[in-house]
Design a binder for this molecule. Sequence first.
Ligand code: DUC
Ligand code: ZN
Ligand code: ZN
Length: 472
Amino acid sequence: MARTLITNGTIVSATGRTAGDVLVDGETIAAILAPGQVEALGITADRTIDATGKYVVPGGVDVHTHMELPFGGTTASDTFETGTRAAAWGGVTTIVDFAVQQAGQNVYDCLSQWHAKAEGSCAVDYGFHQIIGGVDEESLKAMTYLVDHEGITSFKLFMAYPGVYYADDGQILRAMQNASESGAVIMMHAENGIAIDVLVAQAIARGETDPMYHSLTRPAELEGEATHRAIQLAKVAGDVPLYIVHMSASEALEEVAEAQHRGQNVFAETCPQYLYLTLEDQLMQPGFEGAKWVCSTPLRTKHEHHQSDLWKGLRTNELAVVSTDHCPFCFKDQKELGLGNFSKIPNGIGGVEHRMELIYQGVVTGELTLERWVETCSTTPARMFGMYPRKGVIAPGSDADILIWDPGATTTIGVEHKHHMNMDHSAYEGFQIDGKVDTVMSRGRVIVEHDTYTGAPGHGRFVERGLSQYLR
Ligand code: DUC
Ligand code: ZN
Ligand code: ZN
């Protein structure tokens, strides 16, 4: 097996940075060597990568993606092949996607379908969460089986989308009780979908059909309310670990912070779109343009400081993880399904390629430390979802999933700058980043270098996950 030395870089972990060399042997990291040790010990390698002036960090772990997801009357535009290749370009070496089950469907069949889509297609390693859209005796039994035998240890439930994925409070409680027994994490889409559907129908009846009404009919209060309810149900269900996905509202963050202060196992993620994009600047763009930024939870208004609260939450660990909720749709023929009716716009923003860049920019602007960038984008997601220390850390024995980041180069995001996601627009068109993905290694294989993709579909393997390692 080939040996690679990554020399002269600054190795950054969740807890600090150090000068040193990384020895990769085959698919894993063999050693971290202090400066001078390579020569002193006479260590040789087949290949040396000089990382002088660069950061050597664990590859990104994006625990919230939707490749090829059938949703909103269409299908997310990235396949596992195109989406994981874009992930690789963006320094992401592991994704966790969502297998989907709906009411009346067999969980095992649904999971098999997701395995079939991903197997042989992925550029980087991948795992699955399981969406349980129909909580019943059969799916509850399957949840336990998936934890015990399939390496699937987290389940997403929806308090939104009545008639599609929605679970009522009783169903949520039952699924939580089940997870409490097995040790699984419950991931929650926390928005009050019953109330939202009323507001949506009223808006449409008034002729309020533009994309901005997507956000106005999903008020922050209803994200806060659902988050509160989910937290209470989780407590009643035996303090099951609860992870609130795609948090966008200050009201929801406050609920999570209070629960954490009470000692409850409650965690949350946010996504770059909620940190950088707003109702006023994006969703309210003239005509139908705002459809590009229709996602749920929605972008929030900028005068209520949701965005700065979320950055603060990331600093204080009230928010543990940044994921993307990568759910790409093209403008043409996909977003356009909602012309004249915002409620028909497929919900989702593509971003799997840009999370490492966008959150690094938060380091540049002083929102986060370099270590916290690594922690929220790689180490904690790996720990949260049972992949650590195989993923999320540069340490002997860990998979050689490594991002070499150049803080001296720059990146411009967008279709015009040839992004690699299968999308005809970018939610971040023209954004400038003061840093750049330089080299990406996945299990010892260089998959991006010198602005060239050198990976291949099928290199990425399914990751069987253990239980969350992030519990008190
Ligand atoms: N929730 C997600 O997690 N992704 C896409 C849309 C949604 O509502
Ligand atoms: Zn969701
Ligand atoms: Zn999602």
